[in-house]
Design a protein around this ligand. Structure first.
Ligand code: NAD
Ligand code: IPM
Ligand code: MN
Length: 347
């Protein structure tokens, strides 16, 4: 049997609730494949910040660098000013661990209701390769004359040749294992500097993949096509902010934010990758057992897959698929869904 080190960051709000269910399912799947997870839970998020002022202590970051994988719930809480935890914890982890691929599948499972009339599972099955370390998230910018009527606030988008090329390459590689199509989404008609770099890089890499069909959409049109022609997409590659917004749309068309999984991946494996649902801490439903843990369970499947445990990953995904197909209108609690998924994995 094999032992892997897993860091668990439940975080805030429903993060703690959904992570508990994700771990339930992980334990069952691991047990069936002779895998053991040596788990260390980290108390990071609003409670820690409010008690100590810390978001991500250096000592914790150093420990995290040494694990095989990280499972995260969600961060952000109404008791903490916006940005403190999002930037100081979540983005800090993505940047420090060089999670340049934010991989977000958009997949409609059979039996799941989509708001898109006339569309089914065969129409909604693509992945978004969202750049994870640059763009408008980089933190460049600032204020002039802050708080005055003459205030000027800037938020610069940082795009490096190195950073753009590696995510674009990942998208093309990924397409060769899917339906051989990559769509670049940007706003090259307005954001000419960053857009120019993305388009030129995309075209240069595309020339190395003659079997892959390419497409380009401005992000406004892409938002529309997600709703009107989702079948148009196989692999979407885009910048950090466009990818953030598009993947909430992606979640909505594929059955809702409670089902959307993601991986903050370091494909070069120079540091551990981190898996988390696309959704946030949902303060509006936190503590009520109402959160759907399915997105976290699917993120656990992505974690297993990343760790080379593809059989275990497939079993977890199959359990989710079967549960989704059987879901009626009965309302189940967070732990009831987790129990049902764990039972299905157990077989
Ligand atoms: P959110 O995703 O937390 O919630 C949006 C809506 O979706 C809410 O109505 C919520 O109840 C619902 N929802 C979310 N997850 C659900 C689930 N699993 N089951 C059922 N319903 C679910 O987004 P928000 O309200 O914009 O943000 C709340 C906080 O979360 C903010 O502090 C934000 O910064 C943070 N956030 C964190 C992450 C993350 O940790 N990756 C992601 C998004 C938002
Ligand atoms: C997400 C979230 C984060 C993002 C926030 C909380 C920093 O919205 O994971 O999608 O914008 O990436
Ligand atoms: Mn988001």
């Amino acid at each position: 049997s094999k032992t892997l080190k897993l860091a668990v960051i439940p975080g805030d709000g429903i993060g703690t609730e959904v992570v508990a269910e994700g771990l339930k399912v992980l334990d069952v799947a691991a047990g069936r494949h002779g895998l053991a997870f040596d788990r260390v839970e980290y108390d990071l998020g609003a409670r820690r910040y409010n008690a100590t002022g810390e978001t991500l202590p250096e000592s914790v970051l150093a420990e995290l660098r040494g694990v095989d994988g990280i499972l995260l719930g969600a961060v952000g809480d109404p008791s903490v000013p916006p940005g403190v935890l999002e930037r100081g914890l979540l983005l800090k982890l993505r940047f420090e661990l060089d999670h340049y691929l934010n991989l977000r599948p958009v997949k409609l499972f059979p039996g799941v209701a989509t708001p898109l009339a006339g569309k089914g599972p065969e129409d909604i099955d693509f992945v978004v390769c969202r750049e994870g370390t640059e763009g408008p998230y980089a933190g460049a910018g600032g204020w002039l004359r802050q708080g005055t009527p003459q205030e000027i606030a800037t938020e610069e988008s940082v795009n490096t040749a190195f950073g753009v090329e590696r995510i674009v390459r990942d998208a093309f590689e990924r397409a060769t294992k899917r339906a051989n199509k990559v769509t670049l989404v940007h706003k090259t008609n307005v954001l000419v500097h960053a857009g120019g770099l993305w388009q030129r890089t995309f075209d240069r890499v595309a020339a190395e993949y003659p079997a892959v069909t390419t497409d380009y959409c401005h992000v406004d049109a892409a938002s529309m096509f997600f709703l009107t022609q989702p079948e148009r997409f196989d692999v979407v590659v885009t910048d950090n902010l466009f990818g953030d917004i598009l993947t909430d749309i992606g979640a909505a068309i594929a059955g809702g934010i409670g089902l959307a999984a993601s991986g903050n991946v370091n494909p070069a494996r120079t540091s551990p990758s981190m898996f988390e649902p696309v959704h946030g801490s949902a303060p509006d439903i936190a503590g009520q057992g109402k959160a759907d843990p399915t997105a976290t369970v699917l993120s656990v499947a992505m974690l297993l897959d990343h760790l080379g445990e593809d059989k275990a990953a497939a079993e977890v995904e199959a359990a989710v698929s079967a549960d989704l197909a059987a879901r009626g209108s009965a309302v189940r609690s967070t732990s009831q869904i987790g129990d049902a998924l764990a039972a299905r994995v157990a077989g």
